[in-house]
Structure formats: structure tokens, C-alpha cells
Design a protein around this ligand. Structure first.
Ligand SMILES: Cc1cc2nc3c(=O)[nH]c(=O)nc-3n(C[C@H](O)[C@H](O)[C@H](O)COP(=O)(O)OP(=O)(O)OC[C@H]3O[C@@H](n4cnc5c(N)ncnc54)[C@H](O)[C@@H]3O)c2cc1C
Length: 383
């Protein structure tokens, strides 16, 4: 049996100056940002805020300067991410492009794609969606049916993507498309990734309401949409391999254990300096788990920077991290007898209400718990 590879490390001391810089920025930009606003976490969307982050040099931080990046370390990027998440800053607009679309283009894109898109992403002005899931293909991603057929100097796309976060607001989608018919004998063959302009003729974007009535994800229907061949990312047929490596970026970051931090901070402040025994035990446990998850996630940032593929470990961090986040509202309700209500004056009640309705999705987005555990078992050689 193979073992997990976590080489636990602390953030270098020199990142602390950057941390203070980020805190000062957040203090200026989001003064008095309430807990119920912070609760949206990396779901909060503000193109204006993303552009301000771009001006600070905090988007595309690790990318080469020739593509508009800043050649900073993965640890420096980590500090910026955790401060943004702790402050509940509205980072959703650039989050996906910074986390995975940009790195995908750096690894597999053409020089022309890198020069065209990366500087705009790093400025915090160009936003991407993930076009993987479909009506009948979520966990079983290899079964995607949206097809791209050769047409002149490009491709004609037909089909439907589902649950596409922010497609109604973003500029582009990286779509996983079927460029050859499904072959049951080799399910992973015949898939290719494309950059699709979401304003293209033939695309219809319909919002879907979540449990809380909010609209952040969509159904995206393609009818004879033309995508030029220069928007293909990587070789035809390499989509599965590319998506698999992209998912390590998607699953390993601090957003996989900090999405409910606004409520934990409220909990700590309600418990006060002299908490009862139960509050001390429960909050103590939450904080110590947070510290462990953080160290595991930092170890993954280091592996990604070293060019390693920590797919198994990323799946573990996401599974443990989302299980952790999902516990927080339940514990909050157990500790303090305050009814969750988004209409209440009380910030705690509003934050609790929002997160109670949202946390169930944390173990679905980015890969479900069962699927992650399957990946972990396979990675360890158990299946
Ligand atoms: C808030 C949110 C945002 C999202 N944003 C995006 C996005 O931007 N882009 C995008 O492409 N997708 C997005 N998704 C979709 C997400 O990736 C899928 O919901 C997820 O992959 C699960 O797929 P599914 O919904 O089709 O469920 P299914 O695959 O139908 O799964 C249903 C249930 O069956 C279980 N199951 C399935 N297969 C197995 C198996 N082999 N073994 C054991 N159990 C199994 C699952 O664990 C789950 O509990 C988003 C989802 C959410 C909730």
C-alpha cells in the first residue's frame, strides 16, 4: 500500500510582511465588513474588487512576469488566499481563473493563449468558469456528451453544461468536450478542453436557484456554437489527463476548509473569554482541526509548486476540509440557542442561517465525498 505524501512545513517567516500588507489592504477596502457578508466567502462576486486585487499584484502571483504574473512563491500566494478567505472578501470573479484556468493554460495552452489571456487574468479583469459537469455527468465525468465536431478551422459545439458557477457573469468557460464518440472500452479517450467565449452566438445561459434562493450557478446550452481551433487547450484527446491534473489545484486550497470561517469567528466571539466547558471543548477541537488542515493544505501548495501531482492528497484535504466546514453550523446551533434567520437583526443568526443552507453543497462542488474517497483508495492502492 502506498502512503500519503505530506511533508509538513510552516510558511516562511518572510511571508508575514505580506500578510500585514494584505490585512492593511482589507482594512481599507472592506471596513466593518459584517459576518453575514463574510459568510459568502469565496462565493462573493465583485469585478471591481478583483481588479483592485490585480492592481496589488495578487492575482496570477506565481506566474512568469512575461505573462503578467509576479513570480512570487506558492507560499506567498497561500498567505493572500487565506487572508482573503478569513476576511470573507468577494473574490469569486477571479478565483477560478487564478486557481485553475491560468495554471492549465501555463501547462497545456499555446503561447498565443498564454499571451492573450494570462495578463488579463492577472490584472483581475478576465474571469473564467469551469465547464465540466453535465445533466448526466457529474461524478462520472468521463461520460460527458457535449460534443465538438470539426468545422472548417474550428469546431461546432452542441450540448449542455450544468451547475456552471458564474457563467452569467464571467467572460470565458474552459469546457471539457467530446471530440470523438464515446468508446466504452476506453472511456477517457476522445475528450478535449476548449476556451469558450461565453458571449458566443448559440449559447444560452439559464440561472439555477440554490436551496437559499440565490442564483450563482447555471445551465449553459450550446446550439451550433463555433469555437476556433486556436481556442483548443492541449492536444485533441488529452482532455481527461489535463482535467485530472487541474483537479489537484481545485481541491487542495484553503477554500476547502475556510468557507465557514465567518461562523467560527462569530462562535468564538459569542463564547467570549470565559467560555463554558462545552464551548471550550467544541471550539478547541474546531480550532485544532483547522490548524491541522492548514498544514496539510500548505504541504500541497509546496508540492504543486514543485510540479508534483498530489491528486490523492488533494482529494483527502478536500474530503476532510469540507467535512470540517459542514460541522460548524451544527456545532454552532448546539452551543447557543439562537434561531437561524436571514431576516434577524442578529449577525450570528443571519450568518448561521446562510451557512446552514449552504454547507451541504460544500461536499458536492469540486467532487463528491464518495468520489473523493474512491480516488483516495485507488491512490493508496486499495482498489
Ligand atoms: C455549489 C456548486 C457549484 C458547482 N460549480 C460547478 C462548476 O462551476 N462547474 C462544473 O462543471 N460543475 C460544478 N458543480 C457540479 C459538481 O461538480 C457536481 O455536482 C458533482 O461533481 C457531482 O455530480 P452530480 O451532481 O452529477 O451528482 P452525481 O454524480 O449524480 O452523484 C449523486 C450521488 O451519487 C454518488 N455517486 C456517484 N458516483 C458514485 C460512485 N462511483 N461511487 C459512489 N457514489 C457515487 C455521489 O457521491 C452523490 O452522492 C457545482 C456543484 C455545486 C454544488
Amino acid at each position: 500500500m502506498r502512503e500519503f505524501r505530506f511533508s509538513l512545513t510552516d510558511l516562511p517567516d518572510k511571508t508575514e510582511a505580506l500578510r500585514q500588507e494584505v490585512r492593511d489592504f482589507l482594512g481599507r477596502e472592506l471596513p466593518g465588513y459584517s459576518a453575514s457578508k463574510r459568510a459568502a466567502s469565496w462565493g462573493g462576486y465583485s469585478a471591481e474588487f478583483s481588479a483592485k486585487m490585480g492592481r496589488q499584484g495578487w492575482v496570477g502571483m506565481t506566474w512568469p512576469k512575461k505573462y503578467g504574473g509576479h513570480e512570487r512563491s506558492a507560499f506567498e500566494r497561500y498567505v493572500v488566499l487565506e487572508e482573503m478567505l478569513a476576511a470573507g472578501a468577494p473574490v469569486s470573479a477571479h478565483w477560478i481563473a487564478d486557481r485553475q484556468s491560468g495554471p492549465l493554460m501555463l501547462r497545456f495552452g499555446t503561447e498565443e493563449q498564454r499571451r492573450r489571456f494570462l495578463p488579463l487574468i492577472a490584472k483581475g479583469e478576465c474571469f473564467f468558469s469551469i465547464g465540466m459537469s453535465e445533466p448526466d455527468s457529474g461524478s462520472d465525468l468521463a461520460s460527458v456528451r457535449t460534443r465538438a465536431e470539426r468545422q472548417g478551422n474550428g469546431w461546432r459545439v452542441n450540448g449542455t453544461k450544468l451547475w456552471t458557477s458564474n457563467a452569467h457573469l464571467n467572460h470565458f468557460m474552459i469546457a471539457l468536450l467530446r471530440t470523438r464518440p464515446n468508446d466504452e472500452a476506453s472511456k477517457h479517450a476522445g475528450l478535449t478542453q476548449f476556451i469558450v467565449d461565453l458571449k458566443s452566438e448559440g449559447i444560452t445561459i439559464r440561472p439555477i436557484k440554490d436551496l437559499s434562493g440565490r442564483k450563482h450557478f447555471n445551465e449553459v446550452v450550446f446550439r451550433d456554437v463555433f469555437v476556433p481551433d486556436e481556442m483548443r487547450v492541449g492536444n485533441e484527446g488529452d482532455g481527461w489527463r489535463q482535467v485530472s491534473s487541474e483537479l489537484a489545484f481545485e481541491r487542495s486550497g484553503p477554500e476547502r476548509y475556510l468557507s465557514a470561517i465567518a461562523l467560527l469567528l462569530e462562535l468564538i466571539s459569542l463564547a467570549g473569554r470565559a467560555p463554558g466547558e462545552m464551548a471550550a471543548v467544541e471550539i478547541g477541537r474546531l480550532v485544532s482541526h483547522l490548524a491541522t488542515l492548514r498544514r496539510m493544505s500548505i504541504a500541497l501548495a509546496a508540492m504543486l509548486e514543485a510540479g508534483e501531482d498530489p491528486a490523492t492528497e488533494a482529494a483527502l484535504v478536500k474530503d476532510l476540509g469540507t467535512t470540517y466546514e459542514q460541522e460548524i453550523p451544527e456545532i454552532a446551533q448546539r452551543l447557543f440557542d439562537i434561531s437561524p434567520s436571514e431576516a434577524a437583526d442578529d449577525e450570528y443568526a443571519r450568518t448561521l442561517a446562510y451557512l446552514m443552507q449552504t454547507v451541504p453543497s460544500f461536499s458536492l462542488r469540486g467532487g463528491t465525498r464518495e468520489v473523493l474517497r474512491g480516488i483516495i483508495a485507488r491512490g493508496l492502492g486499495l482498489r
